[in-house]
Design a protein. Structure first.
Lengths: 401, 307
């Protein structure tokens, strides 16, 4: 039975899709990952020039503020804060200008860029310690949480006597794998499309071709037939995705190395909590931690595998129930668009965390953005899959064919 | 021993009773014709046998195994081709036989044997979406026979077949019976059923209205057209004197068509007419067929409804 299911899965359509998938992976690597990597200096330059005027303005303003406090309110309790802010903004202004020059030739001035970044972040330690409110000045270069994450990463690299990469999007093997599995990348979208194409006709085709009569008059129970097909197609779909990710990985390794010694930030509240939690960055900031990228990849693999198990079980159930290929694919496409659209909008953690359909976002989950601990997430995915399979088993037995 | 045994089969959907207490069986090496007009419940009965539909009540045993409780055992003894041939358009004929061979766990030699049996030759390596109906039927039959089932169900096997293909199918079915399998087949081609079936089961509106041998074997040669001098007096004479064994079917200008139950009554009938000064100018013996019997059954069934 399993051999037959393998034979049926390896149809011309599915093999062609795999081939198209592999070609797409290579194109995505070249025109998305490599393009972003090569464009990163320009992105930084744009960012730097965009903030340059603001930095100038704030530097002058804080300097003026300090002078005014010293002149008009000597000994004022805010003097220390004013001194810190004036000094920080002044350094920021100088460093920002230097960074702008260095980013024009990043390969030549890599060390200087690294030093400037380090100094810009290190001087904020005092600001953070004094609990000085920075308002909308973007002093932390985005949020305080972003600053803390940069500090954590720097510490992790320094502990291993490694240089912090200045280009955050270097498409090494580990980087592309981590991104592909994050749930919010072009690669993941491609993977989901292939999963749908490989599985949407799992039962609908048999009902349309009337070959279901051949299958369901075989000397096997209906549940056995359903589970054999589901299990085989799930494993083969994972193998297909594995081949694609393997091609992506090897392509990246060939160009930029494995990247296994890189670090990424994960949130330990997210990785250790068996429950829901608030997604406000101020509370999550304390539990951000730099971990080897392989840890992040490992967790993402687990989440993605379980999500795909759930997704494929849902697709099979829809295919069996709707009995029509076009109907199945339309419904899945509408569902997918709805979920992706919904996921793009910020929302309260309770709305996100309880929705199993959003658990494809392992990257967001690792950062705590879903507001649900990964242990609970994995458990809910498993429960949802088992529940769906249970419903499918009952449905299959009761159904008139 | 019965290869198929159906007792008390009922099928109800909502308030609509589709099958009403169907009971019949198929014995070893028997070919049973399964007849009935559209909507009589034939396909529903077949699907209940094959496990595609659930019975509301009743029992179906295939080779002694209950389809509901011992599904695997029951379906192991069954080979079925239901309605149109169910083939994968993206696979070749050979692929189909290999698939079925694996599902049914038969040896490669048996698969090769069935490849020969199809008689498709080079067409076996072509995709089935290019096959004619006859070729599809041959392939379906080979797939059905692959595991040498005790019971074969063929639902409308002659649909779409040309006369040559029908003739070949008939020969194949005879050969299948000789090899030890039983066949239950439904068809609207009464001529084919008459030639092949040992017995017929006839359904009407979800009920079994006949189950037995085709009585045309007995009826053949027992329908007569008589040219007589006085039609009215002849009818009165035959109805009154010889009795209920003679049934007048039709009458015309100087002739009557009638049936008698036995050859012995033939002499009695002629003697009776002549002794009453009714001349018999001509006697024509008519061949009755299943179509006539089929009509008779439905007329009787209709009469019962009215009663």
């Amino acid at each position: 039975m399993i051999k037959n299911e393998i034979r049926m899965f390896l149809s011309k359509k599915n093999l062609l899709c795999l081939l198209i998938g592999i070609i797409s992976v290579l194109l995505i690597y070249q025109f998305d990952y490599v393009a972003k990597y090569k464009d990163y200096p320009n992105t930084k330059l744009e960012e730097i020039s965009e903030h340059a005027k603001d930095i100038e303005t704030y530097a002058k303003a804080y300097q003026n503020r300090l002078e005014r406090i010293r002149k008009e309110y000597p000994g004022h309790p805010k003097t220390k804060e004013a001194e810190i802010m004036a000094r920080v903004w002044s350094t920021y202004s100088i460093r920002n200008t230097n960074l702008g020059s260095c980013w024009k030739w990043p390969n030549r001035y890599e060390k200087r860029i690294r030093e400037a970044e380090d100094e810009l972040d290190t001087q904020l330690v005092e600001v953070s310690k004094e609990n000085i409110a920075v308002g909308i000045t973007n002093l932390y270069r985005n949020t305080k949480r972003d600053w803390k994450q940069r500090m954590e990463l720097r510490k992790a690299y320094q502990n291993m006597n490694q240089d912090v990469p200045i280009n955050k999007v270097i498409p090494t093997g580990a980087y592309v794998l981590n991104d592909a599995l994050s749930g919010i990348s072009l690669m993941f979208l491609l993977m989901m499309i292939l999963i749908i194409i490989w599985n949407f006709d799992s039962w609908a085709a048999d009902f349309e071709q009337i070959t279901y009569k051949v299958i369901f008059t075989l000397p096997y129970g209906r549940k056995t037939l359903y589970l054999a097909r589901f299990g085989t197609r799930f494993l083969l779909s994972i193998c297909g995705l594995g081949i694609m990710l393997g091609v992506l990985f090897l392509r990246a390794v060939f160009a930029y190395g494995t990247g296994f010694d890189d670090y990424v930030i994960v949130n330990t509240t997210a990785t250790r909590t068996f429950g829901f939690f608030k997604t406000a960055w101020s509370s999550l900031m304390r539990t951000d931690q730099a971990v080897p990228i392989t840890h992040s990849i490992g967790i993402s693999v687990g989440v993605t595998l379980l999500f795909l198990l759930f997704a494929i079980s849902l697709i099979h159930f829809l295919s069996f129930t709707i009995k029509n290929q076009m109907g199945t694919i339309i419904l899945i496409a509408v569902g997918m668009i709805s979920i992706v659209t919904y996921s793009l909008y910020p929302k309260e953690s309770s709305a996100v965390g309880g929705n199993v359909l959003l658990y494809f976002q392992s990257g967001s989950a690792l950062h705590g953005a879903l507001g649900i601990g990964i242990p609970l997430m994995l458990s809910l995915l498993m429960i949802a899959t088992l529940a769906l399979l249970g419903i499918a088993m009952v449905w299959i037995e009761k159904r008139e064919l | 021993m019965s290869v198929l045994s159906i007792t008390g089969l009922n099928k109800q959907i909502g308030n609509h009773r589709i099958l009403k207490n169907i009971e019949f069986d198929v014995k070893e090496q028997e070919i049973v014709g399964f007849l009935g007009p559209n909507g009589s419940g034939k396909s529903t009965t077949i699907k209940c046998i094959c496990g595609l539909y659930h019975m509301t009540s009743g029992k179906i045993l295939i080779n002694g195994a209950d389809v509901t409780t011992k599904r695997k055992e029951a379906l192991s003894a069954l080979g079925a081709s239901i309605e149109s041939p169910s083939l994968y358009p993206q696979l070749t004929g050979r692929d189909h036989l290999k698939l079925m061979g694996r599902w049914r766990k038969v040896s490669r030699e048996r698969v090769k044997e069935m490849e020969e049996y199809t008689g498709l030759g080079v067409h076996l390596d072509k995709l089935t979406n290019g096959y004619s109906m006859g070729m599809k039927m041959r392939l379906m039959l080979a797939m059905t026979l692959l595991a040498k089932p005790k019971l074969i169900i063929l639902d409308e096997p002659t649909n779409g077949l040309d006369p040559q293909a029908v003739f070949e199918l008939r020969e194949q079915m005879e050969a299948i019976r000789r090899e030890g399998s039983s066949i239950l087949f439904s068809s609207h081609q009464l001529g084919e059923v008459e030639k092949l079936a040992d017995r017929v089961v006839i359904l009407d509106q979800g009920e079994k209205v006949y189950d037995g041998i085709i009585p045309t074997h007995l009826m053949r040669g027992l329908e007569y057209h008589l040219q007589v001098s006085d039609v009215q007096r002849a009818i009165e004479q035959l109805s009154g004197e010889v009795g209920k064994e003679i049934r007048v079917l039709e009458k015309g200008d100087g002739w009557i068509a009638l049936t008698i139950e036995s050859k012995e009554q033939f002499n009695q009938m002629i003697s009776s007419l002549q002794s009453n000064q009714i001349s018999v100018y001509d006697i024509i013996k008519c061949e009755a067929n299943l179509e006539d019997f089929y009509k008779t059954i439905y007329e009787r069934s209709g009469s019962n409804d009215k009663e």
